[in-house]
Design a protein around this ligand. Structure first.
Ligand SMILES: *Cc1c(COP(=O)(O)O)cnc(C)c1O
Length: 404
């Protein structure tokens, strides 16, 4: 084991993980997720939002997020914003897409479709490319759409589409977007902090993420990382008073304060989570831990007969979707309760066509815990009397055909 591996193992051990005996299950969900004791403990104190101590915490957090992003000094700005991740997506779209602009929304799941709905709600033009549940938007088709519609000014890509767990090919999408003279915006909600997104490697103008995903904080706010030159040009562009990123940024720069009441305890917890992220070894090491969580869990589930919704090459290290077994003794709600009894909260599916469920790989968990997840799944199947976890043949064949 390397020094970092050692430290990480010790960090995980000393984090006082949830104890199913005490009634706190592990959250195998893509945020809120299982946080460390230190993160929870950081919330046991009150902070004045205008006070110098809290303003210093906000500044420290913004500085750490920019360092984590890995952009050239001064090229990007970090703007935290109250609310859940969807508020940040709406803030990014409302700020970055001009009133007379047009957005190409690349969707392959619920979050892409929600972004299109957001454009509808804020009354800005968009074109939707909907790839369904299994497949990523590819560079060639994006290039085609851009060539045929000169009105499109921006492209929105979902980095990891959390509804299926697909990791979309952002580099390829970025390349064709800029080759066509357009600009890329990224919803990196469930990937930022675990999948590299250095703007020098992959060009884009803004990305958004939130406190309760791969940085392993608790829910309550999100943040936008925006190219400074673009941000300056967005003044007065936002459809909303409270979601105005430019106004929030101006206020932060002027007074060090958030414009409206910040979630002080959540920020304190997030700072602790950022320190742990750095101590663990940053984006690469966190990504590697999630990847081995996924590999151990998927291998174990396959041994039980389960199949992943996605072809192996598109599986993200964030969350994995499995087909519900064809065996009619498998009832998801009962499986869920049996897993919960054993200390594991899994996630229902979010697909339109087939029955599925999801298991997340992010949060304060390692391989040893993922092996316990698989053992719990095995036991739960036995308790249900399910002898094979194989998926419905037709749905599985359909997926194979689409990926061929
Ligand atoms: C979590 C997530 C969001 C935001 O969802 P909220 O429920 O508003 O936090 C947006 N996009 C993606 C890809 C996500 O994973």
């Amino acid at each position: 084991m390397s020094k970092l591996d050692n430290e990480r193992a010790n960090n995980l051990k000393s984090s006082l993980l949830p104890d199913p005996e005490m009634g706190e299950p592990f959250l195998l969900t893509p945020g809120p997720l299982t946080t460390s004791f230190a993160v929870k403990q950081a919330m046991l104190r009150d902070w004045g939002s205008w006070d110098g101590d809290f303003r210093a915490m906000t500044a420290d957090m913004r500085r750490r997020l920019l360092a984590l992003l890995g952009a050239e000094q001064g090229a990007f700005e970090c703007i935290p914003m109250q609310g859940s991740g969807s508020y940040l997506v709406e803030a990014m779209l409302g700020n970055m897409v001009p009133k007379d602009g047009k957005l190409l929304v690349l969707a392959n799941g619920a979050y892409g479709l929600r972004a299109a709905k957001t454009m509808e709600a804020i009354g800005r033009a968009y074109h939707l490319l909907d790839k369904g549940d299994y497949l990523p938007p590819r560079g060639a088709e994006v290039a085609d759409i851009l060539a045929n519609d000169p009105a499109i000014t921006h492209v929105l890509a979902i980095h990891c589409e959390t509804s299926s767990g697909i990791l979309n090919p952002i580099a390829e999408i970025s390349q064709v977007t800029y080759a066509a003279g357009r600009k890329l915006l990224v919803d990196s909600m469930s990937a930022f902090g675990a999948v590299p997104m250095e703007p020098d490697q992959i060009r884009y103008e803004a990305l958004v993420s939130s406190a309760n995903k791969c940085i392993e904080g608790v829910p309550g706010f999100g943040f936008a990382l925006v190219r400074r030159s673009e941000l300056i040009a967005t003044k007065g562009n936002c459809h909303s008073l409270s979601l105005d990123l430019h106004a929030q940024w101006e206020n932060l720069e002027k007074s060090g304060q958030w414009r409206f009441t910040p979630p002080t305890h959540v920020v304190a917890a997030f700072l602790e989570a950022l320190k742990a992220h750095e101590a663990e070894g940053g984006v690469a090491v966190r990504g590697a831990r999630y990847t081995s969580n996924r590999d151990v869990m998927v291998a174990g589930m396959r041994e039980l007969g389960f199949e992943t919704l996605l072809d192996a090459r598109w599986l993200s290290p964030i969350i994995v979707t499995f087909f519900c077994p064809a065996d009619e003794r498998f009832v998801f709600d009962r499986f869920y309760e049996l897993m919960k009894d054993k200390g594991f909260i899994i996630y229902p599916g979010k697909l339109t066509v087939v029955e599925s469920f999801r298991i997340g790989c992010i949060g304060q968990m390692d391989e040893a815990i993922m092996r316990r997840v698989v053992a719990a799944a095995k036991q739960s199947l036995e308790e249900l009397g399910v002898t094979s976890a194989a998926p419905p043949q037709a749905a599985f064949e359909e997926r194979k055909k689409l990926n061929a």
